[in-house]
Design a protein around this ligand. Structure first.
Ligand code: A3P
Length: 298
């Protein structure tokens, strides 16, 4: 690469682990795969791209979309593979155990990315391939993120002090941050092109799962046949079921990430158990108000 070196930052005490690319912080190791994806990926019209910032319900959306699109005929793939193995995250695929070749266009693909909308390949933006984005309230996202990075970076140490995690979140210096910009890009595109980008909220998935899962299936062109199918799908992809499967309690998605780290409580409002009122106010002033201005997450 020519020109000035890209800005670097530390995260969870790891020096230079983040690199800033066009306004967003990426984990430094994914910059090359993300750049390759952007310049080399040719979307098929019938590909589906799931998108999310981190810790917003990605794993749930992967499980549901995979079950909707690839109706299990010979058993349930989720019983033997973690959702992240079945639906690769394009920018981290080289470092994970996925068996899916993201560049094999011989059949429609179901892929996932944490990349912001502005970093997507032109072929994804300009073709009719569909994008489903899952968003979550900032405070629960932050708490989920805190648990996740403590589980992978501080396995045998005390957790990172929560106020340091709040600081990363509020300054936007975390993987795929700033959070509010990430959500805003997909939200605005979903308003502009209703047929192209479906915007789903974790909280609404929790409060009215049948309605939301039917909406996703409809959007993907595979409407559910009735309540029974929605119920079966929701059971198959439920946190309780997936968390207790052998593959998820013991396997690994990559050297760094045990499958178990993707499944925790899945509770709306869990932030109330952790954040002080000062932390809450800081998140509100920095991230919350920007989302509220878009009409999101009051
Ligand atoms: P908590 O940490 O609040 O429990 P991601 O998949 O984007 O990494 O998000 C992880 C969050 O989604 C975690 O939230 C996790 O418990 C929750 N989650 C994982 N699988 C889920 C499922 N099948 N249903 C509901 N929530 C799920």
């Amino acid at each position: 690469m020519t020109g000035d070196p890209l800005p670097k930052a530390s995260f969870w005490d790891k020096p230079d682990i983040l690199t800033q690319l066009e306004g967003f912080w990426l984990v430094s190791t994914v910059v090359d795969p993300a750049t390759t994806f952007r310049s080399n990926f040719n979307a098929r019209e019938d590909d589906v791209v799931l998108a999310s910032s981190i810790k917003t319900g990605t794993t749930w959306l992967m499980a549901l979309s995979h079950s909707i699109l690839k109706k299990p005929e010979n058993g349930d793939p989720l019983a033997t593979d973690n959702p992240h193995t079945l639906v690769p995250t394009v920018e981290s695929a080289p470092f994970t155990n996925t068996k899916v070749d993201i560049y094999d266009a011989s059949a429609p693909r179901l892929l996932h990315t944490h990349l912001p909308y502005s970093h997507l390949p032109a072929s994804v933006k300009n073709s009719t391939c569909k994008i489903v984005y899952i968003a979550r309230s900032p405070k629960d996202t932050l708490i989920s993120m805190w648990h996740f990075f403590n589980a992978i970076y501080r396995r045998d140490r005390e957790p990172l002090p929560l106020d340091e995690a709040v600081d990363c979140f509020c300054t936007g210096v975390h993987p795929f941050g700033p959070f509010s910009d990430h959500v805003a890009e997909y939200w605005l595109e979903s308003r502009r092109r209703l047929e192209k980008v479906l915007f789903v909220k974790y909280e609404e998935m929790k409060s009215d799962a049948k309605r939301e899962v039917s909406r996703i299936a409809e959007f993907l062109g595979r409407p559910l046949t009735g309540e029974g199918e929605a119920e079966e799908l929701l059971w198959r992809c439920s946190l309780e079921r997936l968390k207790n499967l052998e593959v998820n309690s013991s396997g690994h998605d990559s050297e760094l990430v045990p499958n178990a780290a993707y499944f925790r409580k899945g509770q709306v409002g869990d932030w109330k158990n952790y954040l002080t009122s000062q932390m809450e106010e800081r998140i509100h002033q920095t991230v919350g108000l920007k989302l509220e201005a878009l009409g999101l997450f009051f």
